[in-house]
Design a protein around this ligand. Structure first.
Ligand SMILES: [Zn+2]
Length: 620
């Protein structure tokens, strides 16, 4: 969930859910027909299909598509269709239902008062209009020249709402106060501050070229300001400070204009500045965004990940453009070290002439910008190449040192399916046999302290389908009927499940507080789904939520008891087999006491199995 989620009061989120019937919200986008059993069906908005496999359960407040596996509650439907965060989606639904949200008083975030966000956005919107008008005045000639020199005509300036902050101390403040905004609002929003000895209100931005910065929904939440005058001793770029609506770690300039393109092309291009975003968009790279006065970090990844999600899996490319200098290489190395989740999808595009996209467009036109992006190279490739470049491969010592430096990098690639390919490529770069690189990489993986994660168990093809279905039924009961499944379900731990996806869901139910703690409904299902560590598991949860239980009627207590007893019986049977095989391999004379303990365990397990058998049959 988004880090902002906690700031909206839980009671408000519950109210928003209650006043946002899922069938009503979905119907705004999908034509739904009755599908029997109170459920509804339609054509999935998330994948191409001719026959409807998109199911909505109004009673449970959940949707699930059996075609592409996407599912969730009303809030996640809005997140997906409107490309918004959790908090933004709650706000979206609240606006629709006419609910005024209140935000938590506590927490590390600055207190947000009801309606404050709307007021601050209104102030920023008015400020953007003011700056835009100022750009047309005679005094703003230097700003217009700046744009023209970089290849941006008046139309481009209008498209990106460029503006000018005049040299006056308080031009904007006066204008906004006159429009009814308070001093406090201007200061909280980062538009003005108290200045000098007099403590008068003065504008934060003066004598600068201005770009409004918008959030995903298109609301203006801050500004970026470029120095224009030689005698301006401030930084080259000045941005809005942290405010209740502006969080620089999450802000991406251009994201509102780029989000559709990013989502449909599964590609995001990260550039360095405001003019680069403009140049890219004008050159036809509509997926370009830039961070604002901060390095690209984990929160930015979060924003993009949401846009790049496709059918519940992260699919797509994140392309960083660098101007080829040492700083760019360092940044790429850091990206590689930091976020391995992204590594297979991260690309680097380096301009051959050390130019940024804005300079490139100016010198060689739109095609050159598109070529820059087309010439991208996988991050791993780039990192290996630039690391190797530091060594003299003409000598055996140099080759060995380069191998020592690069083998750990390949070993670090979490997606092990990529490793063989990069081992071969590395051998080619170094001019050595692939056996040598393989050996070095394997040694690296075995090295103590290497935290390469254990490979996740692949779905075991040898699991009996009947067993898998039984596990699924138990989980289905816990998801749909937690009150009924309750403590009995919770008493059976994850070792009773064989399918890795089922194990993940069982774990998520524990993480969500257990079935016994739950009350039926979308909030419980959402809690379990959010607690899932992987997307296949959370997608399966939403599937379980809309599937019918296997019992003919609504499940009752005896039915639940039978399902859970059978599940337990199978687990006990497996443990019995394990104990028997250990006993067979053990010498009862040499290990007498251990043998006796194990034998006692076997007797107890056999007894437990008989009891479970009786429960399972008795329940029928
Ligand atoms: Zn679908």
């Amino acid at each position: 969930m988004s880090s902002q989620a906690g700031r909206i009061r839980d009671a408000d989120i519950a109210l928003v859910r209650e006043r946002s019937p899922i069938d009503e919200v979905v119907s705004q986008r999908v034509t739904l027909k009755n599908a029997g059993g109170g459920n509804m069906k339609g054509l999935c908005p998330f994948h191409d299909e001719r026959s409807p496999s998109f199911n909505v359960s109004p009673a449970r407040g959940f949707f699930h598509c059996f075609g592409c596996g996407v599912g969730g509650d009303v809030i996640s439907f809005v997140m997906r269709t409107e490309l918004l965060s959790f908090a933004e989606s709650v706000q979206w639904l609240a606006d629709r239902a006419g609910i005024a949200l209140t935000y938590e008083e506590s927490g590390p975030a600055p207190n947000r008062k009801p309606g404050q966000r709307q007021r601050l956005i209104a102030a920023h919107t008015a400020a953007a209009v003011f700056y835009r008008q100022q750009l047309l005045t005679p005094g703003a000639r230097i700003a217009r020249d700046f744009l023209a020199q970089r290849g941006f005509d008046q139309q481009a300036a209008e498209q990106f709402s460029c503006g000018f902050a005049s040299p006056e101390w308080d031009a904007l403040s006066k204008h906004l106060l006159h429009q009814g905004f308070s001093e406090e609002e201007l200061i909280t929003g980062g538009l003005a501050k108290h200045g000098g000895r007099s403590g008068n209100l003065i504008d934060r931005f003066r004598r600068r070229l201005m770009w409004p910065i918008r959030d995903l929904t298109g609301d203006i939440i801050g500004f970026g300001a470029r120095r224009l005058f030689d005698d301006d001793d401030g930084p080259k770029y000045l941005n809005t400070p942290e405010t209740p609506i502006y969080k620089k770690s999450q802000v991406l300039y251009g994201v509102d204009a780029a989000k559709r393109e990013i989502a449909s092309s599964h590609r995001a291009v990260i550039v360095e500045g405001y003019t680069d975003v403009m140049a890219c968009h004008l050159a036809g790279i509509g997926s370009a965004v830039a961070t604002c006065g901060t390095a690209f970090g984990a929160d930015h990844v979060g924003v993009l990940r949401r846009l790049l999600m496709d059918q519940d899996e992260f699919r797509g490319e994140v392309i960083f453009t660098f101007d080829g200098d040492a700083a760019g290489q360092k940044a790429a190395m850091r990206a590689f070290e930091d976020d391995q989740k992204f590594v297979a999808q991260t690309f680097i595009a380096i301009s051959p002439d050390d130019m940024d996209p804005c300079e490139l467009r100016l010198a060689h036109g739109d095609t050159a910008v598109r070529d820059l992006v087309a010439r991208r190279e996988p991050l791993i490739n780039f990192v290996l190449r630039t690391t190797i470049a530091r060594y003299d491969l003409g000598t055996v010592e140099g080759q060995a040192a380069a191998l020592r430096a690069t083998a750990p990098l390949v070993a670090k690639i979490k997606d092990r399916s990529l490793r063989p390919g990069y081992a071969r490529r590395l051998a080619g770069y170094l001019g050595i046999e692939v056996e040598q690189t393989n050996a070095a990489i394997s040694a690296e993986l075995r090295a103590p302290g290497n935290n390469a994660p254990a490979q996740r168990a692949a779905p075991d093809a040898t699991i009996d389908p009947a067993v898998r279905e039984l596990e699924r039924e138990a989980l289905r009961l816990a998801v749909q009927y937690p009150v009924l499944a309750g403590p009995h379900f919770d008493a059976i731990d994850e070792t009773a499940y064989l399918d890795p996806v089922h194990i993940a869901i069982r774990r998520a139910i524990t993480a969500a507080g257990g079935a016994d703690s739950a009350t039926e409904g979308p909030q419980w299902i959402d809690k379990v789904s959010s607690a899932c560590e992987d997307l296949i598991a959370s997608s399966t949860v939403s599937q379980l939520a809309v599937e019918s239980a296997r019992s003919a009627a609504d499940p009752d207590q005896p039915y639940v008891a039978v399902v859970l007893a059978r599940l337990q019986e199978l687990a006990v049977t497996r443990r019995i087999a394990g104990v028997k095989s250990r006993l067979q391999r053990m010498n009862p004379v040499e290990h007498t006491s251990e043998y006796n303990t194990l034998f006692g365990e076997l007797i107890a397990l056999e007894q437990q199995k008989r009891g479970l058998r009786e429960q399972a049959i008795g329940g029928l």
